[in-house]
Write a protein that binds this ligand. Structure first.
Ligand code: PLP
Length: 681
């Protein structure tokens, strides 16, 4: 079962809202402008929903228009305000809160330009708690024609001090837009009592479908329609009304009214406290990015030292818990949250932010399950040596690749001799590496650099400070190689080196073998490489922006890239039936695999081979199973595509990727494997 904790992005549609929408589409499908009975019924429905919304939002004699959503409401309000400012010589400034949803500053810029006003646009700074700087506002309000401040922030849940803002606006003629999107159903806005001129709302943030919203306009506030046409909504917003959306929104408002379906603020506070407690327990050292006391009880925004936002999102997603990083819009880019930056939070908090948000329809059982899953995420981190505290010891074996902004660091571990070697570590990775090395507990035989870069030496020194007991004791040269030996023996394998113009190429292979299995080549392939490696030797690069994982001499010389063979989710069963010998390879990381609780795909053979450890499997697949279909899968299809491309490029004829990943599979078809208990001691 999915635990959806991303209600600030959007919410599911309430069953009664769905029923009302279907009724409006299928039975009561009239056009409210028609004067026959079917039309009159539709008109009565609109009037009823509007009257309820007016009462709930306390709009007094202001207008309440049905629009497509908050973005349209914001455009309409901004256009109206800016159009009224033409020729007004006293106001030459537009103000908006620094943490507003992008729809607000973008609308200000857009209409300022389209209307040719060239007004100055300024952000009102916020403090570290996310509250507007009221002194700044008071100082600039006399020059302002429009002031835009949200009621509550979508990323942090921080509630704005609307009374403070109102008093800072005293004496100013500025119009005031309050973005009410995140407040709907959670905070009373007292639209009538306050001097708010415009307030947009969006239905899909409160259990109505996407495509329906409301715009409040104070009686007497300037208004310019965004849409002209058939004269609907008293000519304030033309276009045939979205009747199914209005009907659904009406059902949500009725649920707000009945006091049964949606939880009150006190219950939501108790739910939030429980979620916060589970988070703090699961992730030692976690910090909340906004004070809980002045935030909506439906939003928690946090960061965990040493864990990226991306890693945490992957972790939650593997546990079937949906959260977002910062905000939904910025989640696809790994950019730090501008909201948290505006609050002056440290970079690691702004870049590592995760947002967890619930809606008022959740119940006790849902919160129980959410807390249990959050704790399971913490358990997975501890078992995989990623928790900020209390990690389990782990057995290390084989090669693990750690990526940092395209640079590759390799940890070579041997479980027989209980020793390891590190290649090309960078200072930013030292915390993570020190954690992994501590859990593994093997002494380091060498901390090597393939290129002699200063960062590698710096990382070696930092590691020596952090883990003195695990560091090699022998004298080493500038590249970290122990002076007293020509080979480094790692159990049944040995590491040798060849000097190159950029540093050294490190060659790993079975002791006594004719050629190395893997060569760590550094930044570029030296001309002499073909004398040191065989055709089948895998070349592991020092940087891998192109996400190739490994090359061979032959594949490095090819100028055409391999193409990838895809299996669509709907064809997965047929693929497995057609290829009974296929191996399905899960390339997600172990901390994700551990949490995956998905049903069996009958008959399929499965193997867990995280992308970070793919180098260990490539040679056996290429040499022992060159014809066996390998179907790689992961959460979204990105990592499995990389793996399949790498294998194809290296000459495997049957490497496939599951397009779209597990995310697009019907739940019943998802492969399952148990975490391997042998990996934990
Ligand atoms: N304002 C806020 C505070 C929001 O959270 C959002 C949506 O995330 C919007 C405006 C835009 O709403 P919509 O995309 O529904 O138009």
């Amino acid at each position: 079962m999915e635990i959806y904790l991303d209600a600030n992005a959007t919410t599911p549609v309430l069953p009664q809202a769905k029923a009302a929408a279907i009724q409006a589409m299928v039975e009561d499908y009239g056009n409210p402008s028609s004067i026959h009975s079917t039309g009159l019924k539709a008109k009565a429905l609109i009037d009823g929903v509007r009257a309820r919304a007016q009462r709930l939002l306390d709009t007094g004699d202001g207008a309440l228009l049905f629009v497509s959503g908050a973005t349209e409401g914001i455009q309409t309000a901004v256009l109206s305000a800016l159009n009224s400012m033409r020729g007004n010589l006293q106001a030459d400034l537009l103000l908006y809160g620094a943490t507003e949803h992008k729809a607000v500053p973008e609308a200000l810029k857009h209409w300022n330009q389209v209307l040719g006003l060239n007004l100055q646009i300024m952000a009102i700074p916020v403090d570290t708690q996310g509250r507007h700087d009221l002194a700044f506002l008071r100082q600039h309000a006399p020059r302002a024609g429009l002031v835009c401040t949200m009621a509550a922030n979508n990323e942090t849940g921080v509630i704005s001090d609307l009374d403070g803002i109102e008093s800072a606006l005293a004496g100013s003629k500025a119009l005031w837009l309050v973005d009410g999107v995140q407040a709907l159903g959670k905070l009373p806005l007292r639209l009538q009592a306050r001097r708010i001129d415009y307030a947009p709302f969006s239905g899909h943030k409160l259990y109505a479908p996407k495509g329906i919203g409301l715009l409040y306009v104070r009686a007497g506030a300037p208004f310019t329609p965004l849409m002209a046409g058939g004269g609907q909504e008293g000519s304030l917003r033309s276009g045939t009304e979205n009747m199914s959306g209005i009907a659904a929104l009406g059902a949500v408002l009725a649920a707000l009214d009945d006091g049964q379906t949606l939880r009150d603020a006190a219950t939501m506070h108790s739910f939030r406290d429980r979620l916060a407690e589970a988070l703090c327990e699961a992730f030692p050292g976690l910090v909340f990015n906004a004070p809980l006391g002045s935030s909506l009880p439906t939003t928690l925004n946090f960061a965990v030292p040493g864990l990226s936002s991306r890693l945490l999102q992957d972790l939650f997603d593997a546990a079937d818990v949906r959260v977002s990083g910062g905000s939904a819009c910025s989640a696809a880019k790994a950019a730090p949250s501008f909201v948290l930056q505006a609050m002056g939070l440290p970079d690691w908090q702004a870049a590592g932010a995760v947002r967890l948000s619930i809606g008022p329809a959740v119940d006790e059982a849902f919160v129980d399950e959410a807390c249990a899953r959050i704790r399971a995420c913490g358990e997975s981190l501890r078992r995989h040596c990623l928790s900020p505290a209390n990690n389990f010891p782990t057995i290390g074996d084989g090669i693990t690749r750690f990526m940092q902004d395209g640079a590759c660091c390799y940890l070579l571990a041997d479980s027989l001799s209980k020793t390891c070697v590190l290649i090309d570590a960078r200072p930013e990775q030292v915390c993570r590496l020190a954690q992994a090395l501590t859990c593994q507990g093997y002494p380091l035989l060498a901390v090597l650099s393939s290129t002699g870069e200063a960062e590698h030496a710096e990382a070696r020194e930092l590691l020596a400070d952090t883990l003195p007991a695990l560091m090699p004791t022998a004298q080493v040269d500038a590249l970290g190689w122990p002076m007293d030996r020509a080979t480094i023996v790692l159990g049944e394998q040995e590491l040798t080196r060849q000097s190159s113009s950029q540093g050294q190429v490190l060659l790993l292979g079975k002791t006594g073998a004719a050629s190395p299995a893997i060569a760590f080549t550094g930044l570029s392939l030296p001309a002499e490489l073909s004398a040191w490696v065989a055709a089948a030797t895998l070349l592991a690069p020092g940087r891998d922006e192109a996400q190739q994982v490994a090359l061979t001499l032959a594949s490095a010389a090819q100028d055409q890239d391999a193409s990838v063979q895809q299996v669509q989710g709907a064809q997965l069963k047929a693929f497995v039936n057609f290829h009974p010998d296929a191996l399905l390879v899960d390339v997600r990381e172990p901390y994700e695999q551990f949490l995956s609780q998905t049903p069996d795909l009958s008959g399929a053979q499965l193997e867990a081979m995280p992308l970070s450890r793919l180098l260990n499997a490539i040679l056996p697949w290429l040499t022992e199973q060159p014809q066996r279909p390998l179907l790689f899968f992961c959460r979204t299809g990105n990592r499995s595509r990389q793996a399949a491309l790498a294998l194809s490029r290296l000459g495997h004829a049957q490497a496939w990727t599951l397009a779209g990943g597990l995310a697009l599979l019907p739940t019943a078809a998802r492969p399952k494997h148990q975490p391997d208990p042998a990996l934990y001691v």
